[in-house]
Design a protein around this ligand. Structure first.
Ligand code: BTN
Length: 232
């Protein structure tokens, strides 16, 4: 897959909403220096001050067999991109990338009217975050300020090759590499289902769901709005 069109915006409410309301082609990327109404999962705000990389990718829903896998596959692509910069990360199911116990990247996948819109917020050059956020940036790890356009151009081939692999071969060639990086794997966790699910995080199912070994047996939990935490 080639991202043939990248739209560079100084500022926008949200790159997600920009692509949603457009008639642009599949493969279009919209990137903004600042977002006024950046959105995260579960209706959260995604603080988007200058210094972070905020972008969304538009895909045709027909081209993607299952939307459930996308955040995990994006997490792997981003984790590998960061690994290439000597930054070791974990994938926190269902849609975050973590480094040193803090969030370095969030992924939001939405679908509407036959389109899939993948939004990625990668913390790149931020020098700090509000106290209530457990977040970290590449700058805080490496001490280096990175040019955002080059960072995006470096990351897109990782994203593209992972989407292509998923389209051609499905989830299985990616699943084990994601599980290798899965945060809390092998630990006792709590998932905020109703009622909450408590058990050992075993890994992922073929459908991209979380597998939890609970006292009632193995449970398969799908992304949705659930939050995963270690059971302390
Ligand atoms: C999350 O962790 O809750 C997901 C955060 C996703 C943020 C990105 S930034 C680019 C795109 N535009 C948005 O409004 N949100 C996504």
């Amino acid at each position: 897959m080639v991202f043939d069109k990248i739209i560079w915006l100084e500022e926008i409410d949200s790159t997600q909403d920009f692509l949603k309301s457009s008639y642009l082609k599949s493969g279009t990327v919209a990137v903004a220096k600042r977002q006024h109404k950046g959105r995260g999962r579960s209706g959260n705000t995604w603080i988007s001050q200058e210094g972070g990389l905020y972008f969304s990718i538009l895909l045709n829903q027909d081209d993607i067999a299952s939307i459930y896998h996308i955040p995990l596959i994006m997490g792997l692509a981003i984790s590998r991109f960061l690994e290439n910069m000597n930054i070791d990360t974990f994938i926190k199911w269902p849609n975050d990338v973590f480094c040193r116990g803090k969030k370095i990247c969030g992924i939001l996948t939405e679908n509407t009217k036959g389109k899939i819109i993948i939004g990625i917020g990668l913390n790149v050059n931020q020098t700090g975050f509000p106290d209530n956020l457990s977040a970290i940036s590449i700058y805080q790890i490496t001490g280096k300020i990175l040019p955002l356009p080059q960072t995006l151009l470096g990351l897109l081939p990782y994203i593209s090759s992972h989407i292509e692999l998923f389209k051609e071969k499905g989830f299985s060639p990616l699943k084990y590499d994601i599980e290798d990086r899965l945060l809390f794997k092998g630990s006792e966790v709590i998932v905020k289902t109703n009622p909450p699910t408590v058990g050992i995080l075993k890994g992922l199912s073929d459908k991209g769901a979380l597998l939890i070994e609970s006292s009632e047996g193995e449970k398969e939990i799908f992304g949705g709005e659930f939050t995963l935490r270690p059971l302390l």
